[in-house]
Design a protein around this ligand. Structure first.
Ligand code: GAR
Length: 207
C-alpha cells in the first residue's frame, strides 16, 4: 500500500514522537510511515526514541548554521533526500519562516498544548503555555493540532480537545494532563487523517 512518507521534527523529550511511533506499530497510523526524525538539538532524547525503532535521524542545529535560511535549507535538503510528503512538528521549538512554510502548504502539521487561539503564537511554547494558562486562571485548556502556515500557530485547525484545569495544578502537572488526555491522542489521529487524505488524493490523481 502507498503510504505518505513522514518526517517528524523534534527538539526535546519526544513523548509525542513516541506516540506516533507506537501508533504506527499498533496499526493506528496506517496511511503514513515515519521515515525521518530531525532534531534541532543534538541532545534531544527524541533521537534515542527514533533510533530504538530504527528510524533515520538527523541533527540540524541553528548554532552550526550561518542564519535561519541555511538552517531551513539543510532541513529541506534532508526532506528531499527522503522524498517526504508530510512534516509533523512534535515539540519542535523553532518557528519556520514563510519561505519554508509556503513550500509545504497543508503538508506541515503541529501540535500545540492549548486551545488555539488562546495561549499561542510567538513565545508560547512548552511549559510557558501552561504557566500562562494558570496565570490567567482558565478552568479549561487543551491541545490543538493544526496545519502550519506563515503565522505562528495560525494555520487551519484540524483537531482540538479540551482538558480540565484542576485546583493545585502546577505547570508541570497541567502539562502532563494535557499530554495524556489530549496531545497523545490527537497527534496520531490527526497524522493518520492527513496522511489518508494525501494518499487518497494521490490515488485519485493517478486514476
Ligand atoms: C508538547 O507539549 C508540545 O505540544 C509542545 O512541547 C511539548 C513537547 O513535548 N510544543 C510546543 O509548545 C510547540 N509550540 P515532547 O517533546 O515530549 O513531545
Amino acid at each position: 500500500m502507498l503510504k505518505a512518507q513522514i518526517a517528524v521534527l523534534v527538539s526535546g523529550g519526544g513523548t509525542n514522537l513516541q506516540q506516533l511511533l507506537d501508533a504506527e506499530q499498533d496499526g493506528r497510523l496506517t496511511h503514513g510511515e515515519i521515515v525521518l526524525v530531525i532534531s534541532d538539538h543534538a541532545d534531544a532524547y527524541a533521537l534515542e526514541r527514533a533510533e530504538k525503532r530504527h528510524v533515520t535521524t538527523a541533527i540540524v542545529e541553528k548554532k552550526e548554521c550561518a542564519d535561519q535560511k541555511e538552517f531551513e535549507q539543510r532541513i529541506l535538503a534532508l526532506l528531499a533526500q527522503k522524498h517526504i510528503d508530510l512534516i509533523v512538528l512534535a515539540g519542535f521549538m523553532t518557528i519556520l519562516s514563510a519561505d519554508f512554510t509556503n513550500q509545504w502548504p497543508r503538508r506541515i502539521i503541529n501540535v500545540h498544548p492549548a486551545l488555539i487561539p488562546s495561549f499561542c503564537g510567538k513565545g508560547y511554547y512548552g511549559l510557558k503555555v501552561h504557566e500562562a494558562a494558570l496565570d490567567y486562571g482558565v478552568k479549561v485548556t487543551g491541545a490543538t493540532v493544526h496545519f502550519v502556515n506563515e503565522v505562528p500557530d495560525g494555520g487551519e485547525i484540524i483537531m482540538q480537545k479540551a482538558v480540565d484545569v484542576l485546583p493545585g495544578d502546577t505547570p508541570e502537572i497541567l502539562q502532563r494532563r494535557v499530554m495524556e488526555q489530549a496531545e497523545w491522542i490527537l497527534l496520531p489521529a490527526a497524522t493518520e487523517l492527513v496522511a489518508k487524505t494525501m494518499i487518497e488524493d494521490k490515488e485519485k490523481a493517478n486514476d
